[in-house]
Design a binder for this molecule. Sequence first.
Ligand code: B1M
Length: 215
Amino acid sequence: LPLDERLKRRIVDGERNGLEADLDEALTTTPALDIVNNILLDGMKTVGELFGSGQMQLPFVLQSAEVMKTAVAYLEPHMEKSGADGKGTIVLATVRGDVHDIGKNLVDIILSNNGYNVVNMGIKQPVSAILEAAEEHRADVIGMSGLLVKSTVIMKENLEELNGRGLAAKYPVILGGAALTRAYVEQDLHELYQGEVRYARDAFEGLRLMDALVA
Ligand code: B1M
């Protein structure tokens, strides 16, 4: 198999052995971030399709996710970093009830590498904890991630909580994750939230939004 197909297969098959050697080889021709975006994420997409159609069982999805995480961690030191620093702070969390964190952690990497201070709280975070962290770290922005359809409802409730506590004007919010749609965020949630709420399709849009919101 060609190298990119081989790397994709590693994600789909959850096969770690020889992963580093393949990544080293890929790095000789391809920037680290492009390996993630153009090759590895394609593998995760296939995993999602196989799982969704019942052709792949959960323990294997977990293995694929572990290989994905290992690969991203291996590539991270090779990613370009901007010279800028201290551009602003974002508190970033996967919302209550949701364990998916690969996308959120990519957002962390991209923002950190581009001069932002990222407080990555991890998964299954209730809104109270997110708000506590935002206050403690004097966050400029709150970022919430979630991949389940259920999480889109939790995000809505979280925004209502911010409204209720009178914190909406203080905290612009960036939302991301596969179950969200741009229309849901930019119309429904935009109408509901008394502050700024934006949708990020991917980590790069997250970065552009941070640049716009914090500038
Ligand atoms: Co789950 N899972 N999963 N899963 N899983 C999905 C999301 C699903 C679509 C699969 C499917 O059915 N086809 C489905 C959701 C269905 C729904 O809600 N309608 C699903 C399900 C059902 C479940 C369980 C309920 C299964 C079960 O237990 N029966 C369970 C849920 C547990 C829970 O959360 N309570 C579950 C568990 C798991 C694993 C643990 C096995 C594993 C997660 C491991 C981990 O993350 N540590 C897993 C995985 C890997 C997936 C799929 C296959 C891949 C997700 C992924 O990592 N994608 C996923 C299929 C899919 O998404 N189509 C699926 C790669 C990642 C880079 O993309 O996170 O979307 P993503 O991030 C993108 C953008 O969305 C954006 O940037 C990233 C790219 O640059 N982004 C942001 C994300 N967050 C952002 C935040 C921002 C900005 C951008 O700013 C704040």
